[in-house]
Design a protein. Structure first.
Length: 147
């Protein structure tokens, strides 16, 4: 699939490459920061990527955390996954939160999140008085056990 992209360079002398997959079988495309920021413990902020995309109709992009940032620094994407609809044309910004115990610096070019593009399934509701029974029934959180 081909996706149209526009990069906002924000006066950087060194242009960042287009977002790319880190390995041959990566599901997510690395998103890089286009600005500098410092997140104090417990703080959240949205970080510019300088990236604008035009997704084909019938697709969405999901912004997800990078596992290494989460594990090593307690940095995650707050509204994970963040959804980018195919009709959105604004800049992709990543809402990061610092759940760690130390301040975390973000520098231009740092990989801050990953983006997964996926097909969208649209549904039509059919209202019914009863639903078909299942083995689980209405069992909610933790109802299937811990093993």
């Amino acid at each position: 699939m081909t996706v149209k992209v526009k990069l906002l360079r924000k006066g950087e002398a060194k242009a960042f490459p287009l977002p790319c997959y880190s390995t041959e079988f990566s599901a997510g495309i690395d998103l890089r920061a286009a600005e500098e920021s410092v997140l104090l413990p417990g703080e959240r902020t949205d970080i510019s990527t300088g990236l604008f995309i035009e997704l084909p109709e019938g697709y969405e992009a999901q912004v997800r955390p990078r596992s290494g940032l989460a594990r090593k620094n307690g940095i995650t994407v707050l509204n994970s996954p963040g959804t980018i609809d195919s009709d959105y044309r604004g800049e992709i910004r990543v809402l990061l939160v610092n759940l760690g115990t130390e301040a975390f610096s973000v520098l231009p070019g740092d990989r801050i999140a990953q983006m997964v593009v996926a097909p969208v399934t649209r549904i039509s509701w059919v209202e019914e008085e009863t639903l078909a029974p299942s083995g689980r029934g209405d069992g909610g959180f933790g109802s299937t056990g811990t093993d």
